[in-house]
Design a binder for this molecule. Structure first.
Ligand code: FAD
Length: 316
C-alpha cells in the first residue's frame, strides 16, 4: 500500500499526509487520514478518485462533514474534501447545473441572484450539494429531491473487467425516500475499502420569481432555525420514525427523559433531544456510545427502533 500511496502522491503533489479530520466535521471529531486532498474542480475530483480506484487505495469523500461521525482511528486511505464550486444556469431556462462541492449557503445566494425559486427551505442547513443529494436533505416538510432533475455520477468498476464510468442519471435512478437515496441505502456504514460512487454535478429544476421574494423566504427559513441548538453537532442524530411531530425521534427521546444524558464530553441537547452536542473534546467512541444508549432506552421503553441519519466513517 505504501508504494501505491507514493504513486498517488507523485501524480497529485498537493496531497497531504496524516491530516486530522476533526477539523473537517461539524461534530469536531475524527482521527487522522493517511492521505488528504482538497479537490477544487470536477476534473481533479474525478481524476483522483479514478486513480485511487486503479491503485486500490480506499477513499472517502467529505463535503461539509455535517452528517458523518468519523472514527477516532481516522480513515485508512485517501480522504477527499470536495470544494468543487461551479454553478451554471442553462440559458433561457430555470435550470441550474451545480457542482457537488457547492455549499447550500452559496446555492442560496445564487438562487437569489438568478431569481430562481423552489429550494429556499434548505437555507441554513450546513453542507454541500453532494451531501444533500446523497442524504435527500429536507426541512419544514419539503425535500431537496423534488427539485433534482439529473445527477452526474462517477461509478467505480462493478467487476475486475469493467472500467470506472461517469454516467448522467435521471433523478428516478436515485430512488429517493425520506432522508435516503439509493446511494445512501447501498453504501451507508460500509467498511473503508468499499469503492463508492461519487456525485459530480446536479441539475436542479427551479421556477422564476422575484429576487426579493426569494431572499425573504430564505431569511424566514434561516430565522426558523435560530431556536435550534448551537455548538458542535451533526444536526438530528436519528431519522423520525413517523411524520407526526408527536412521534418524532426527538419526542421519544424526550419522553424517556434523556435530555442532558452524557458520555464524556458528548451530551443530549436540553433544547432538542435529537441533537447530540460535543461540548469540547468528545471522542467518536463516546458519541457512538451515547447514540447506542439513547437507541436502547427508546427501544426498551417504546418498542421503537430509531435509525441513524448520520453515517459512521472509518475503521470502528
Ligand atoms: C446544525 C445542523 C443542522 C442540520 N439540519 C438539517 C436539516 O434541517 N435537514 C437535513 O436533512 N439535514 C440537516 N443536517 C444534516 C446535514 O447538514 C446534511 O445531511 C448535509 O446534506 C450533509 O452534507 P455534507 O456535505 O456535510 O455531507 P458530509 O457529512 O460531508 O457527507 C455525508 C455523506 O454524504 C457523502 N457525500 C458527500 N458528498 C458526496 C458526493 N459528492 N458524492 C457522493 N457522496 C457524497 C459522504 O461520503 C457521506 O457518506 C444538519 C446538520 C447540522 C450540523
Amino acid at each position: 500500500m505504501i508504494e501505491n500511496y507514493s504513486q498517488l502522491k507523485k501524480e497529485f503533489l498537493e496531497i497531504k499526509e496524516n491530516i486530522v479530520l476533526r477539523d473537517y466535521t461539524t461534530m469536531g471529531v475524527g482521527g487522522v487520514a493517511d492521505l488528504f486532498y482538497i479537490a477544487s474542480d470536477v476534473v481533479n475530483l474525478s481524476k483522483i478518485i479514478h486513480m485511487a480506484i486503479t491503485l486500490k487505495i480506499p477513499y472517502f469523500i467529505i463535503g461539509g462533514g455535517s452528517n458523518v461521525l468519523i472514527s477516532d482511528s481516522g480513515f485508512p486511505g485517501l480522504v477527499v474534501i470536495n470544494k468543487t464550486s461551479n454553478i451554471l444556469r442553462i440559458p433561457d431556462s430555470s435550470q441550474l447545473i451545480v457542482d457537488s462541492g457547492v455549499t447550500i449557503n452559496r446555492l442560496m445566494s445564487k438562487i437569489v441572484q438568478e431569481g430562481l425559486t423552489g429550494i429556499e427551505f434548505v437555507a441554513g442547513i450546513p453542507g454541500t450539494v453532494g451531501g444533500a443529494v446523497y442524504g435527500n436533505i429536507g426541512a419544514w416538510g419539503q425535500e431537496i429531491s423534488s427539485f433534482i432533475q439529473e445527477v452526474t455520477i462517477l461509478h467505480p468498476p462493478k467487476s475486475q473487467i469493467t472500467e470506472t464510468q461517469i454516467i448522467r442519471h435521471k433523478v428516478s435512478w436515485l430512488e429517493y425516500e425520506y432522508r435516503a437515496s439509493k446511494l445512501k441505502k447501498l453504501y451507508k456504514n460500509l467498511p473503508p475499502e468499499t469503492q463508492r460512487p461519487v456525485v459530480l454535478t446536479v441539475k436542479f429544476g427551479l421556477a422564476p420569481a422575484s429576487n426579493d421574494d426569494i431572499l425573504k423566504r430564505i431569511q424566514e427559513c434561516q430565522s426558523k432555525r435560530s431556536h435550534l441548538p448551537k455548538g458542535k453537532s451533526c444536526g438530528c442524530i436519528f431519522k423520525n420514525p413517523e411524520r407526526n411531530p408527536e412521534k418524532s425521534a426527538g419526542a421519544y427521546i424526550d419522553k424517556c427523559h434523556l435530555k442532558k444524558t452524557k458520555v464524556g464530553d458528548a451530551f443530549v441537547s436540553p433544547i432538542h433531544a435529537n441533537y447530540i452536542i460535543n461540548r469540547g473534546n468528545a471522542r467518536a467512541t463516546e458519541i457512538r456510545e451515547l447514540i447506542e444508549k439513547v437507541r436502547h432506552t427508546v427501544n426498551n421503553q417504546h418498542g421503537i427502533n430509531l435509525e441513524e441519519e448520520l453515517e459512521y466513517v472509518g475503521r470502528w
